[in-house]
Design a protein around this ligand. Structure first.
Ligand code: ADP
Ligand code: MG
Length: 385
């Protein structure tokens, strides 16, 4: 992989790269749509990701190119930048903008990116390129920001420079992920634990529905609203600031306060999904992968029936998985309405699974899904000088 990238770099910039960095993509294993209710998410980094090769230039410009895109950007070295339009290089440009907010001044640099994360499918290629750039610049110039600062800065780029209103889970897991480990993270407090997630005889299959996530933003906002309505209703009797402070038992004692049936369904998902994250962490600690898989299916069912964020494409994938002997758990991951599902698939059945799933999915949906097999990998890192 990197040898080919070095060749490309040489051809493009007529000089050798002097450092190479990698940042993964991420999936959320369980804990969906509860981060904005003070709940726990359980993301991990995956072995697909984005690479960055770089070297200084004497031209006092920043040059961006990517194997994945034709457009190339050249910018004079300056302290502040503004977004230029929809071009991809606004993501790393935003990082230069935010990092130079402090004392550091950039100097001429040639950068080449390559990613093998499917772009725009919910595996967070955007957070990958942000964290990658922030980490690389911090390391290359010896800036001494800690990882958490880089995570927050990358999130700021996504929220303010790019203008996408997303939480911190993506940048956090891409920075702090570890091979064969999952993170159990509270996105409000940023307290987290690392849990062993040795998949043993299984691999993480990622199934991209290839459905555009057009509904996800408006429905996302609607769900946030519904959760707020539930919280306000409950606060009449109990002193809580987040739905996820409630155990399922305590919620059952007070749920009569929620008059609207739809809102009640949403809140029920939130409370029970948060419980499932605790159970999932326990299952991993006890090396009970079957139990973990069962919780994945339960999470999907709840997102389908109670939270209503799945859609026929994600349901088709998970239905197939539940009928396929060598999968022990599957669920949608991310905001829903398209994007990706994940499945725990027995090693050795990758091809058979892909073929049978493809046939089944095409018959139900009319176009193919894409299937990738990954391991749980490391967070952002330097890979070569
Ligand atoms: P995702 O779900 O993958 O994060 P987004 O729409 O949030 O989808 O971000 C995708 C955007 O991130 C791309 O359109 C591009 O602008 C940028 N990007 C991601 N990976 C790369 C890459 N390897 N090279 C250049 N730009 C990238
Ligand atoms: Mg993104």
């Amino acid at each position: 992989m990197t040898n080919q990238l070095v060749d490309t770099f040489l051809k493009k910039y007529n000089q050798q790269p002097t450092a190479t960095y990698f940042a993964p993509g991420r999936v959320n294993l369980i804990g969906e749509h509860i981060d904005y209710n003070g709940g726990l998410v359980m993301p991990c980094a995956i072995t697909a990701g984005t690479w960055l090769l770089l070297t200084p230039n004497n031209d006092n410009v920043i040059r961006f190119s990517s194997v994945n895109f034709n457009e190339e950007g050249t910018f004079p070295v300056q302290k502040r930048y503004t977004k230029t339009g929809k071009e991809w290089y606004n993501y790393p440009l935003g990082v230069f903008h935010e990092l130079q907010d402090g004392e550091w001044n950039a100097s001429g640099l040639d950068l080449l990116y390559f990613g093998n994360i499917p772009i725009g499918s919910g595996l967070s290629s955007s957070a990958s390129i942000e964290v990658l750039t922030a980490f690389a610049l911090n390391d290359y110039y010896g800036l001494e920001h800690d990882k958490l600062e880089l995570v927050k800065l990358s999130k700021k780029v996504e929220n303010e420079f790019i203008g996408v209103n997303s939480g911190i889970m993506d940048q956090f897991s891409i920075a702090f992920g570890e091979a064969d480990k999952a993170l159990v993270l509270n996105c409000d407090t940023l307290k987290y634990k690392v849990v062993d997630c040795d998949l043993g005889d299984y691999v993480l299959a990622i199934i991209n529905t290839n459905k555009r996530r057009e509904l996800s933003e408006s429905k996302y906002n609607e769900r946030v609203e519904e959760c707020n309505t539930a919280l306000t209703a409950l606060q009449k009797e109990i002193n809580i600031t987040n739905l996820c402070e409630l155990s399922a038992e305590k919620f059952a004692l007070h749920s009569h306060l929620i008059a609207d049936e739809t809102v009640l369904k949403r809140a029920t998902h939130v409370v029970k999904e948060n419980d499932r994250v605790h159970l999932a962490a326990k299952a991993l600690n006890a090396k009970q992968l079957d139990e973990f898989g069962r919780l994945m299916y339960a999470s999907h069912k709840s997102l389908k029936d109670l939270y209503e964020v799945t859609g026929k494409e994600l349901d088709a994938v998970v239905d197939f998985c539940s009928s396929y002997e060598h999968v022990i758990g599957a669920r949608m991951t991310g905001a829903g309405f398209g994007g990706c599902a994940i499945a725990l698939l027995k090693k050795g059945y990758e091809e058979d699974f892909a073929k049978k799933l493809t046939d089944d999915y095409v018959a139900k949906v009319g176009y193919p899904a894409a299937i990738y097999v990954h391991q749980i990998g490391d967070g952002v890192k330097k890979i070569a000088d």
